[in-house]
Design a protein around this ligand. Structure first.
Ligand SMILES: C[S@@+](CC[C@H](N)C(=O)[O-])C[C@H]1O[C@@H](n2cnc3c(N)ncnc32)[C@H](O)[C@@H]1O
Length: 357
């Protein structure tokens, strides 16, 4: 009888799980793991063992990626998704953004971090880039610090929140919401509160009153999940060497220098006077901020910083960035198109590229 083909044998689930099958195939199971294993040279041999490729790019230099992931936990192979629901999230735009990102990255800056979709995407692509992640929302930055430094404690606290929430939803939500001024050093407690409120409030909004107190009502989720374990650990891995600080974008842009790459995603300039959503923090982001940002972007590009910025496609923004050596591109984004957020449609957004030539 002819030997059954390898392919047919692999398809039989029972055969795949027999101990003999496991013993006879010492190679890593996933295709990616096998590819990585082949790419990693023995320690101490060859150029890859002594340093990085001159331009550090990873899509074109799989060897570096292989080195980076060789001793990493399994979650390092996952591209982490934002662990918070954040207005203006960029996950849906990454495919369109890919063609604009540089193919080499060393120091990375993100002054308006929000949900961090772009950072997680780029960190997976350039594992050795060193990220400086900033946002002026200190509760948001604290949540990232907790994920980076105390992921297990944080997950435990979130499990406790979920159990208490499920016992008496409305009472528990408003009880947690009322704990506005937890001590600064309670990093895990504050982060657990932030994530709990984010996942159980109305529409994942983050809005505060003039005292900076979170004031979004309870949402109507039937079965809210506060976190996904693998994703949170993948986020922790991505953040392991990130610098995190709560600060205004003006200070962040001052930190940049020649060769850095900055992805800038400010609160968008409103498409119409009534369409504005700028209350991420107690200070709204107005025309003066957009103008100050455009000045800083132009001067950073002059210093040799590579900048990519997202904003709404409005005449104001186009005029603000119609400068020498600044290119304006357009992408299509799915966004809420009515004030109740229920209707969604595709709208144009701009991507501004400065210092990228
Ligand atoms: C559009 S969101 C960023 C979205 C994010 N990139 C994502 O993918 O989810 C804008 C962020 O800017 C922050 N922000 C608002 N004003 C700021 C300021 N003056 N300096 C720094 N961050 C600011 C807000 O807290 C908010 O997280």
């Amino acid at each position: 009888m002819p030997e059954p083909s390898r392919r047919r044998r692999r398809k039989t689930p029972a055969a795949y799980h027999t101990p003999s099958d496991q013993q006879s195939d010492p190679k890593p199971k996933s295709r990616l793991a096998r590819k990585l294993a082949k790419l990693v040279p023995p320690r101490g041999s060859g150029p890859a063992a002594t340093g990085r490729e001159p331009d550090g790019a990873l899509y074109s230099h799989d060897e570096q990626k292989a080195m980076e992931f060789a001793d990493a936990p399994d979650v390092a192979r996952i591209e982490a998704q934002p662990f918070l629901k954040w207005a203006g999230g960029k996950s849906q735009l990454l495919v369109q953004y890919d063609e604009f990102f540089p193919n080499q990255m060393d120091r990375y800056f993100e002054p308006f971090l929000g949900g961090g979709a772009v950072f997680f995407h780029l960190k997976r692509r350039f594992p050795r880039m060193v990220a400086r992640l900033r946002d002026n929302n200190s509760e948001l930055i604290n949540a990232y610090i907790a994920v980076r430094d105390h992921p297990h404690e944080l997950m435990h606290r979130l499990d406790e929140h979920l159990a208490a929430f499920n016992a008496d939803r409305k009472r528990y939500y408003y009880l947690v919401r009322s704990q506005h001024h937890l001590p600064e050093k309670e990093v895990v407690e504050r982060a657990a509160r932030m994530i709990f409120l984010n996942k159980t409030c109305f529409n994942g909004l983050y809005r505060v009153n003039t005292q900076g107190e979170f004031n979004v009502p309870i949402g109507s989720h039937k079965n809210p999940a506060l976190y996904d374990r693998d994703n949170l650990l993948a986020a922790q891995w991505a953040l392991r060497d990130a610098h995190l600080a709560a600060q205004d974008f003006r200070d962040t842009l001052k930190e940049t220098r020649k060769g850095d790459f900055a992805y800038i995603d400010p609160p968008y300039h409103p498409l119409s006077p009534t369409a504005s959503f700028t209350s991420y923090t107690k200070e709204a982001f107005g025309v003066k901020d957009q103008q100050a940002l455009a000045e800083l972007v132009a001067s950073a590009a002059k210093r040799g910083v590579r900048v990519m910025l997202s904003n709404s496609d409005t005449q104001f923004i186009r005029e603000l960035y119609s400068r020498e050596r600044i290119i304006v591109q357009t992408v299509k984004a799915r966004r809420a198109i009515s004030c109740d957020g229920a209707k969604r449609g595709k709208v144009d957004e701009v991507v501004i590229l400065a210092g990228m030539d």
